[in-house]
Design a protein around this ligand. Sequence first.
Ligand SMILES: [Zn+2]
Ligand SMILES: [Zn+2]
Length: 404
Amino acid sequence: MTTNASIERIRALAQEGEQEIIALRRHFHANAELSWEEVETSKRIAEELKKVGFENIRIGFGGTQCGVTAEISGAKGKCVALRADIDALPLSEENETEYRSKNKNVMHACGHDAHTASLLGAAKILAQIRKDLKGTVRLCFQPAEESGSQSGARVMLEEGALDGVDSIFGLHVFSNIPSGMVQYRSGPIMAAADGWELTITGKGGHGSAPEEAIDPTIAAFQMGNAFQSIISREVSPKDTAVLSVGGITTSSDVFNIIPERVTMKGTVRTFLPEVQDRVESAMERVTSSIAEACRCKAELKYMRFLPATVNTPELALLVQEIAEELFGAEHVEEAPLTMGSEDFSYYSYTGHIPAVFAFLGVGCPEKQGTTNPHHSPKFDLDEAQLYKASALYAAFAWKALENS
Ligand SMILES: [Zn+2]
Ligand SMILES: [Zn+2]
């Protein structure tokens, strides 16, 4: 069997399954569940996998009934993992579609319903080409992508869900990418997300008598400026970093009081660990020296939430190759760097698994709501692209095993 024949077969099988994939997406959309509460979602996933002959079905991670892994094997060989995240967000849906969320204040507003349905579509394809698989494919339906420090990826790794895996592929649909466009990238693709909290303590007093107080707002103003100088003067212009202040509060909120305390919080986004280290240590230096100059005390708490998502070059090339073969080179392009982040990053960063993450466009200006931003109560997506996600998943697994 030639490569082309099989890529074509995978595309044809994906197209055949299109209506089923859309129906599943609508089911998951209507029955959206929050991070670490994806119990019914997981049950349904396991049922679908059993139906098409998957084995070693494991349900429940992190002491919950959430998350599913399952395997299908052809010949003896390596193991490729395919990952979909399955959780929704605490939002009240404002769309009026027939498949709108039935669960109050829970909505699939990031497209994880599409990932879940597409990976189930891929499961069916893989079952149909099982005899051509030169190894094992492990599907990984991951809970709690949206839950920050309670990351489902981290828990699945810790609990051995990815043990024995030689490479892993994941994708995200995006409403700001034109429908049907596949984006790949070698090396970093999504940023590391860090958070920080800063408390500056002075000495409160009367607004008319600053000489009797120690004003922490003066230190805060200077620190806010100095933070932006870290980005412009200490990070190479060839690299990328963002430092944003998301909140400033003072211990008093009165016009004639110098507050005792100022608290600030914000985020830092970077792609390279050395840049991340540099920003963190510069923030420590700047806050403690400005505090000293202003006779205040500063306490900086710097938190590393999610590492950067970094794609293994050979696997990124493989995604480009199969996407071009599946859909034509005009529908494939290099992804720009994205300052957003993904807990898929744990698989390569913590798990040391060769990994690749790709994007699929689902924004179509002619289809209502499909270009609305992710995490908006009016988010929707172009379902006509979902079979392509299934084809990408299945083709990646088949081809990665073929090459191994
Ligand atoms: Zn999201
Ligand atoms: Zn997402």
